[in-house]
Ligand binder design. Sequence first.
Ligand code: 5GP
Ligand code: MN
Length: 336
Amino acid sequence: MFDIASLRELLAQPQKIVITTHHKPDGDALGSSLGLYQYLIQLGHHTTVISPTDYPDFLSWMPGNGEVMIYTENQDAAAQLIANAAIIFCLDFNALGRINQMGELVGASPAKKVMIDHHLEPEDFDDYRYWDINACATAQLVYHFIVEELGGKKYINADVATCLYTGIMTDSGSFRFPGTTSAVHRTVADLIDAGAVNWRIHELVYSNSSEERLRFLGHCLSEKLAVLHEYNTALITVSREEIEKYNVQTGDTEGIVNYALSITGIRLAAFIVERNDKVKLSLRSKGDFPANEICKKYFNGGGHRNAAGGASDDTLEQVTNQFKAILPEYKTLLIQ
Ligand code: 5GP
Ligand code: MN
């Protein structure tokens, strides 16, 4: 049995550690990973954060960012680190498919796998699990894990705090989603006391767009937004040609779906985009509407009740039509 006592014992000596997180990491994925990284390096562990893919510029400033290894750019070195690690921390995901080809390497590694996550229905690949679907962010869980499970409050320095603050801020929609409890605000207060400069972090994440990104957002809102009043649903679809025309970069589409959801009375919003070889779907919902159910049932995906995603090999038009065709099934939930 590998329990918290075994993990503490292992961490009592410097170890080779890998931290990884999901494909196309968002603020929580990266913030929780770098927050844990900044904690572990203070204890002398040889630690590497490996991201399965690249990530946007508005996340490329956190302390330790320069040390992050991108798997697609360093496959051999990453494979070696994964194979030789004593511990692999798996943050903000709970199924090996979410880390692409790295999933096989992590699965095959003799390392102890520690999952810290807040997504539904974890796969059984881990040795130790710190998991709570009610947590508003994985970064919130990492904070509790360090402070309560590892007794490491004194190691929450400005670097740890900055990264964890970023994770909590982004995954809680800047402290406005239902998971933002008083306990979350207490954590955030501790992080500010420890040196996280809250106003600067907001600026770096949310006031850091290219001009092209803003023009692309304008195009989506003026030309591409469709409102299906009968179903209280709004959707935005974007083709590969538009992605090219506006020179859309990794992360530039993040958050656009929320504008569609912000219309009064809208309960479900979709952002459907043609990406390389797949069509990617992002859903957001209000209240108890289960966006994750639609993604799981129809689009090989999943997620949270109010924020979910999936993908399809069909064309943009087919996926859009399929999405519209699903709505009658959910009509009673949508129009209440
Ligand atoms: P986004 O719309 O920002 O890509 O994803 C929103 C949430 O949906 C993510 O936090 C993640 O929980 C979930 N999600 C997105 N894409 C997938 C997917 O392909 N599979 C699963 N299981 N969950 C996804
Ligand atoms: Mn998260």
